[in-house]
Design a protein around this ligand. Structure first.
Ligand code: AMP
Ligand code: FE
Ligand code: FE
Ligand code: ZN
Length: 283
């Protein structure tokens, strides 16, 4: 019998607060038998997680979460991704776009009167993909905001006073990048696209043309009704059904590994389906 799985996890390589090794150990303690490391725009945490997984007998799936742009931001998960030179080259470009955006945000925050600089943000990050949660945690530490979510609501989120956009990455580009690296492309947390079912249905047709293979149907903040609707759409379009918590450690303290807000339970069957799909991709 294989136990719980969690296919959406961040480490210190991006905006999680546990190192890849710590995440694997923590997952093991919580009875998780398989997990995917899905850091934002980087694969730099994967090798540490893979060796920790071997030592501790936890199955580690190499993954990534790539940010692309529709009208709003969209996230793509890539499972069983290989670290190819082409992937690394593209991720380096994403890193530059991220860093340019971070500088713009910090400039806006300075104009609002907050004392914060890039150096401090890099210090709390320590990983490859530096982002808004790192900026938020500096704002929190300095008492400019009362919580991480307040930092996003007032300043860093779309519509916030210090919001800045990254140079665009097209959804097609993101999907192709994952496929070229041998990965299985999956639409992350469709809930955050804020589309009604009809619009999501249309979007899926497009993304499937580009090569989308699955959708993250089970997610920490979904209602049962939402997960049901996403499952229906996934089945309608022949998409793989996946699920994960989006664990970030202390950066999202309300989300626990494996169980999310307490009510998630993802079966190993999802991993089996992903593997079968990956085998059929033949790379
Ligand atoms: P970035 O990758 O730098 O664009 O930052 C996006 C990340 O910020 C997401 O992946 C989440 O981890 C985090 N995030 C987004 N919105 C919120 C929020 N309202 N509260 C806390 N964290 C958030
Ligand atoms: Fe994140
Ligand atoms: Fe995401
Ligand atoms: Zn995530």
């Amino acid at each position: 019998m294989k136990g719980l799985v969690d296919l959406h996890i961040h480490t210190t390589a991006s905006d999680g607060t546990m190192s890849p090794r710590e995440v694997v150990r923590y997952a093991k303690e919580k009875g998780i038998s398989a997990l995917a490391i899905t850091d934002h725009d980087t694969v730099s945490g994967i090798s540490e997680a893979l060796s920790a997984g071997k030592e501790m007998d936890v199955e580690v799936i190499p993954g990534i979460e790539i940010s692309v742009d529709l009208n709003i931001e969209m996230h793509l998960l890539g499972y069983f991704i290989n670290k190819t030179p082409e992937l690394e080259e593209n991720l380096n470009e994403f890193k530059t776009k991220r860093n340019d955006r971070n500088k713009k945000i910090i400039k806006k925050l300075n104009e609002l009167g907050f004392k914060i600089d890039l150096e401090e943000v890099l210090n709390v990050s320590g990983g490859e993909a530096v982002g808004r949660p790192h900026i938020a945690s500096v704002l929190l530490r300095k008492g400019y905001v009362g919580s991480m979510s307040e930092a996003f609501e007032l300043y860093l989120g779309a519509g916030g006073k210090a919001y800045a956009q990254r140079e665009k990455v097209e959804p097609k580009e993101g999907i192709e990048l994952i496929l070229k690296a041998g990965g299985v492309p999956v639409l992350a947390h469709p809930k955050y696209l804020n589309l009604n079912n009809k619009k999501l249905d249309k979007l899926l047709v497009k993304l499937i043309e580009y090569g989308l293979a699955g959708m993250e149907v089970y997610y920490s903040t979904n209602t049962i009704y939402e997960s049901g609707e996403y499952a229906r759409l996934a089945i309608k379009h022949g998409l793989l059904i996946t699920g994960g918590t989006d664990f970030h450690g202390k950066n999202k303290p309300e989300i626990e590994i494996g169980i999310g807000r307490g009510n998630m339970k993802i079966d190993y069957k999802i991993v089996k389906d992903l593997k079968e799909f990956k085998d059929r991709l033949g790379s």
